[in-house]
Design a binder for this molecule. Structure first.
Ligand code: SF4
Length: 457
């Protein structure tokens, strides 16, 4: 698409928007903007159509947004998220909150961004339900284990199998992980940083054997100051890696929350995507976790291979038998790195997203969950947004921290990304994804990380 306008367009800011909606359109479009002290009018035309609309001035970058929205109007594109294409729509609402109340933000979303009534209300609900958990005075710690028992076919994360060269140097890898925990723990004490959340993820940290798990938990316990902790989460997403002894150990070391991720209640789907648990094992783990009074998070994926709408609806119906404190629904995004994109199993699923979305809302309402975090797929215009729901007061702080990017997160382990936030800029320090490369570059990168953290915090 070739756009000319009397208003200067910053093409870098437009790339994602054009890619999502107009990547195959080669039309020439002319857009004219007129601003008065009160209103902005945009006129847009292509060879077959023209549109013209005026809105009161409400936000600083309104012309930029209206230019995009005018293209949607010109091509009669009515999508639930309008011209809002970013991964983190809640960040926009928080930014707007500096100068506007929620009623005004609702109008801005609906009229300037053309977000649907349903999505704009959902977005505002998510912000209202999470805003009290934004605590800039503390930091979060993320610890990642880079290994998994098998590679799920849809996985695009840096998850490795303990085989070949990775198996040979596994001990060295694990020692390095413990070393980084000790180093970061002592740096946090030196800088007097208060830690309010720890998230142990990966990969699959529950893949560690009992002895390794105890070493990891002892190292965290002995080196990281847990006195300000509000939440300590441990991912046990792969149900086949969990047993009663591990759960009891997590409890002994003050873990408050675990993730056990069914993804789907259809056993044949699980085998197809290389996950090897069944309903019986899930129920066993879930019952023990409930008895031990963990807060539980369950993840589900919409759009798994060979699942049709009915399969997804069945999973949602079956979910009613459980009562975890948190539940997250992800829409499967096919990323280049995953095996599925290259395999025979991947067929574009013709799911009825509206029906599925309505069922999610119905089940969440019936079971008393509220929406508290959300992110959208990159470069996507699909209706489905990835949504986190929780019981009131059970918001998973780390999820909010990760999406909102409002506070410092120091991350440990291969592939882990540390984010240091200063004013409006985010400095990212990225550990190499490959566990062995991470081990080989450890000293140099750790020194750099410590230097940046000391300078910025
Ligand atoms: S458990 Fe998660 S990280 Fe591991 S292979 Fe599956 S999707 Fe990837």
């Amino acid at each position: 698409m070739k756009i000319s306008s009397n208003y200067e367009i910053n093409e870098n800011k437009w790339n994602e928007f054009i890619y999502v909606f107009f990547k195959d359109i080669e039309d020439e479009v002319y857009i004219h903007v007129e601003e008065s002290s009160k209103d902005i009018t945009v006129f847009a035309k292509n060879e077959v159509n023209e549109i013209n609309y005026t809105i009161n001035k409400m936000i600083d970058n309104q012309v930029e947004v209206m230019l995009k929205s005018s293209l949607l109007k010109l091509y009669n594109i009515a999508v639930p998220w309008g011209s809002l294409v970013g991964v983190r729509p809640t960040k926009l609402v928080r930014k707007l909150l500096k100068k506007n109340d929620y009623d005004k933000i609702l109008k801005i979303l609906q009229h300037v961004y053309l977000v649907s009534d349903e999505k704009s209300k959902l977005l505002i609900d998510v912000v209202k339900n999470s805003i009290d958990y934004l605590d800039k005075d503390t930091i979060g710690i993320y610890i990642g284990l880079a290994f998994c028992p098998t590679k799920c076919t849809y996985c695009s994360f840096p998850a490795y199998l303990k085989k070949g060269k990775y198996e040979k140097r596994y001990e060295e890898y694990f020692d390095t992980l413990l070393r980084e925990i000790r180093e970061i723990g002592s740096l946090c004490k030196e800088l007097n940083l208060k830690i309010n959340s720890i998230y142990v993820g990966g990969g699959t940290p529950s893949y560690l054997n009992h002895e390794e798990l105890e070493m990891l938990l002892t190292t965290i316990d002995g080196n990281i100051d847990l006195s300000n902790l509000k939440e300590y989460t441990f991912e046990a997403g792969r149900i086949d890696t969990i047993d009663k002894e591990k759960l009891m150990m997590l409890k002994r070391y003050s873990v408050t929350r675990i993730s056990i991720n069914p993804q789907s209640f259809k056993d044949s789907t699980l085998k197809l995507v290389n996950r090897y648990h069944n309903l019986e094992k899930l129920n066993e783990v879930y019952d023990v976790a409930k008895k031990l009074k963990f807060d539980i998070n369950m993840d589900f994926i919409i759009g798994l291979p060979r699942e049709n709408t009915e399969d997804v609806l069945n999973t949602l119906e079956k979910f009613k038998d459980y009562d975890p404190e948190n539940v997250t629904f992800h829409y499967l995004a096919m990323k280049k790195a995953s095996y599925l994109t290259k395999s025979k199993y991947f067929e574009e699923n013709a799911l009825d997203y509206i029906l599925i979305n309505n069922k999610i809302l119905e089940v969440m309402k019936e079971k008393g969950y509220i929406p508290y975090y959300m992110y959208r797929q990159k470069s996507s215009s699909i209706d489905g947004e990835n949504m986190g729901y929780c019981k009131v007061g059970k918001q998973l702080i780390y999820n909010i921290e990760m999406i909102e990017e409002y506070k410092n997160i120091i991350s440990i382990g291969a592939g882990a990304i540390t984010k240091i936030i200063k004013e409006d800029t985010i400095k990212r320090l990225i550990n190499p994804k490959d566990p062995l490369m991470w081990v080989d570059e450890f000293e140099e990168r750790l020194n750099e990380k410590k230097k940046v953290i000391r300078e910025m915090l």
